[in-house]
Design a binder for this molecule. Sequence first.
Ligand SMILES: Cc1cc2nc3c(=O)[nH]c(=O)nc-3n(C[C@H](O)[C@H](O)[C@H](O)COP(=O)(O)OP(=O)(O)OC[C@H]3O[C@@H](n4cnc5c(N)ncnc54)[C@H](O)[C@@H]3O)c2cc1C
Length: 408
Amino acid sequence: MRETQLAVAVVGAGVVGSCIALALQKRGAAVTLIDRDEPGRGCSYGNSGAISPGSLAPLAMPGILSSVPGMLLDEESPLHLPMRYLPTALPWLLRFVASAQPSRVALSAAKLAALHAGAVDRHAQLARELGVPELFVRRGHLHLYPDARALAKDAGTWRMRRYYGYQFQQLDRAGILALEPRVGERYQVGVFMADHATIVNPFRYVQAMVRGFARRGGQQRRDEVQAMTPLADGRWQLRTAAKADAAANTFDRVVVAAGAWARRLLDPLGVRLALESQRGYHVQFDGGRDTVSRTVILADRKVFVTPMEDGLRVGGTVEFGGLASPPEPRRAAILERIARETFGGLEALSSTQWMGHRPCMPDSVPVIGPAAGRPGLWLAVGHGHLGLTDSINTAQRIADGMLAARPG
Ligand SMILES: Cc1cc2nc3c(=O)[nH]c(=O)nc-3n(C[C@H](O)[C@H](O)[C@H](O)COP(=O)(O)OP(=O)(O)OC[C@H]3O[C@@H](n4cnc5c(N)ncnc54)[C@H](O)[C@@H]3O)c2cc1C
């Protein structure tokens, strides 16, 4: 009965918030999903679509300190920090470097392994349930390296994958060409992870989630949450731009899934997260989707090449630059040049560019669960480079945690 339902607001309809809204609804909560924009238009719009549970290594690995000069000075570096943003980013960067200690890396990898587990099968099932099975493609991921020396630099990452039971197969040039005949000469060594998968239109996937949620009676609102106030009776009141009446904006629980913007809501409540935007870019060629037949990772350049349903997407780069400054077209141009150098046949194709804000914690581990000292407030923030992959298990954790004590 409606009266006994828990009223939950989910703030943010990216892939994380939308997945949470669905999971809470399935478990009997009365959910309102609020986004100031069209659902899925944030970071979840333009990602590379990889369902990548074998990505266990946090971004800050031992030796990261030696890459800092390159980040600052080399315009082409996959990690880029403009000098002007250094003072702002410094406190976060210090925590990032500290989390590269081997013992902390091992702890982060263990947490990520637990969060990633089973993600491929669960996304397959969700895509079927939502009526969009064509968006889920399981053809494996092919990681490419110029030579054995370049592969050896990633040896720690591959050891981690083996330790956590992920299967992979090393390939020579002939093996690479047997899978992907258009890969250029630069790449002589490959590693194939056959059981990994791809969502071939991440935006349409989020939209399908929200449509499914609305079909089952979920409330979806386009509105900006400006502030959140705990009430004496334990509920939460939201102040929103659309000035809905107080009753419509009062909830038993609130889940903040506001991506890289979450601190604007949490800082005033004293809930402090070390959250920083790592700006990522994609270039999407109109057509060219037959260039590769699966997700291909140019591992030495940290670039993902994905045959999306509407063109060939080339995504990557990490740029520190904050939420306010406009996209830097040079970053996308680097991706475009790398793609044209690596694969033949892209010269004649036009392309579009996109930039998104990855919500990143220093240790690469997202914050999922109740906020300390703020009863009724839940967090699902900081999914960094893997929010699509981890949306599904994040949603499960939030639903289990919030509704475990209540009858389903
Ligand atoms: C280039 C690139 C490639 C990537 N590739 C992959 C990949 O292959 N696989 C993978 O797993 N991950 C990938 N990622 C990461 C993934 O896209 C993110 O981790 C994920 O999209 C984060 O989802 P989110 O829902 O937390 O944030 P978002 O999608 O940004 O959603 C947050 C939402 O909150 C809303 N919002 C914020 N503040 C408010 C407010 N006050 N009121 C109302 N609404 C608000 C915003 O409008 C937004 O819609 C990639 C990212 C980038 C940039």
